[in-house]
Ligand binder design. Structure first.
Ligand SMILES: [Zn+2]
Ligand SMILES: [Zn+2]
Length: 397
């Protein structure tokens, strides 16, 4: 076992009280997507106290470099998202959210404090590695168009250009102490669909005088599922769900229009575009054939997330060295979306998961719930692991 690994482990343990205090501070002062001004100031000040200069990007984000020896040799980027959600926290904790109705319910407080701790370690040992670590503290993961897309537009992946990027996310289904990886496609693209089916309302007893949008919309919903089952390559995962269907008539009233809203998820950008085009054609054509019309509107979300297989394999073996083989697990595909996906279409990427579950302590609640919490032991090994993975990758020729 290399002495540098031991050094990182020691520093991670030594810093863990500060890491946990930072997490609790960020947790207590959550800010919504695109409004992370105090969080940005806090992170900026922490980095400065470690001797790391940072630059503002994407309005409420930060970017910073830690240069080792021979800094131009290779560059690895490390990303943490920093925004919170519009959720009223129900946890009874000394560091419960002070910002009523806003909560770090997706663990971005963990990601931010963990990356701060990783930065502190790497700054301390920068004489021990070659290359440059680029830190990305990214706003607005939770809100379209996603802070990642703005960071990229504003040049986060240029000057210097990273050879690879790592990101971690807490996992409520993985016990604390374990880390999960998956090569290749991992998370889905997510587009929002908004359909307005228009007909002609009237008396429910006289449908012949009406164009019934409820029947048209019902046919559209059923037919659209066949795009998934009949047109999609069966080897590619994809989901279409309509969770909203508003036909505001009555038992005896046919309404003028029906509004339908849904989500379309895919693991392939070509299929994503084809699927959306087919849905639009089918919805519009079907409504027209039945005498009505359909406005089909898509709010484009994040792309699918692809983990570079070679980088992910290397990071998995680095994690095995740091955590032990029994603590590194393989992940299944997950049909949720994440804006880290934008980076994965520009640079070799590895998005992995940090276990935070502890059933014995009642830490079992999912992300985006008002009683989400984490086992803070994850903040002892999480930051050290990321530092170790970063310098392992930099040591690659
Ligand atoms: Zn989230
Ligand atoms: Zn998240």
């Amino acid at each position: 076992m290399s002495s540098i690994l031991e050094k990182i482990k020691q520093l991670a343990i030594q810093n863990s009280n500060e890491t946990i205090a930072n997490r609790q501070h960020i947790h207590q002062n959550p800010e919504l997507s695109f409004h992370e001004f105090e969080t940005q100031a806090f992170i900026e000040a922490q980095l400065a106290s470690y001797g790391i200069e940072s630059e503002k990007i994407a309005n409420t984000g930060l970017i910073a470099l830690i240069e080792g020896r021979n800094p131009s040799k290779k560059v690895i980027a490390l990303r943490a998202d920093i925004d919170a959600l519009p959720i009223l926290e129900t946890n009874d904790l000394p560091y419960k959210s002070k910002n009523t109705g806003v909560m770090h319910a997706c663990g971005h407080d963990v990601h931010a404090s963990s990356l701060l701790a990783t930065a502190k370690i790497l700054q301390e040992i920068k004489g021990d590695f070659e290359g440059t670590v680029k830190l990305l503290f990214q706003p607005a993961e939770e809100k379209a168009p996603g802070g990642a897309s703005i960071m990229i537009k504003e040049g986060a992946l240029e000057n210097p250009k990273p050879n690879g990027i790592l990101g971690q996310h807490v996992a409520t289904n993985i016990p604390v102490g374990k880390i999960g990886f998956r090569e290749g496609m991992y998370m889905a693209s997510a587009d929002e669909l908004y359909l307005t089916v228009k007909g002609l309302g009237g008396h429910g007893a006289m449908p012949d005088n009406c164009i019934d949008p409820v029947v048209i919309a019902s046919h559209i919903i059923v037919a659209m599922q066949q795009i998934i089952s009949r047109n999609k390559n069966p080897r590619l995962p994809s989901v279409l769900t309509f969770g909203k269907f508003i036909a505001n008539g009555a038992t005896n009233v046919i309404p003028d229009e029906v509004k339908i809203e849904g989500t379309f998820r895919a693991m392939d950008e070509t299929w994503r575009a084809e699927g959306l085009a087919k849905m639009k054609k089918l919805a519009e054509g079907m409504a027209e054939a039945m005498g009505g019309s359909c406005d089909f509107h898509v709010l484009k979300g994040y792309p699918f997330l692809q983990n570079n297989p070679e980088l992910t394999r290397r990071m998995k073996s680095a994690a095995i060295e740091y955590m032990g083989e029994e603590n590194v697990i393989d992940l299944d595909i997950w049909m949720a979306a994440e804006d880290f996906a934008f980076y994965t279409h520009h640079v070799d990427a590895c998005f992995y998961r940090l276990g935070i579950r502890n059933e014995a302590n009642g830490i079992i609640h999912g992300v985006h719930t008002p009683n989400f919490n984490i086992d803070e032991k994850a903040l002892v090994h999480g930051p050290g692991l990321m530092a170790w993975m970063a310098i392992q990758e930099l040591s690659q020729i």
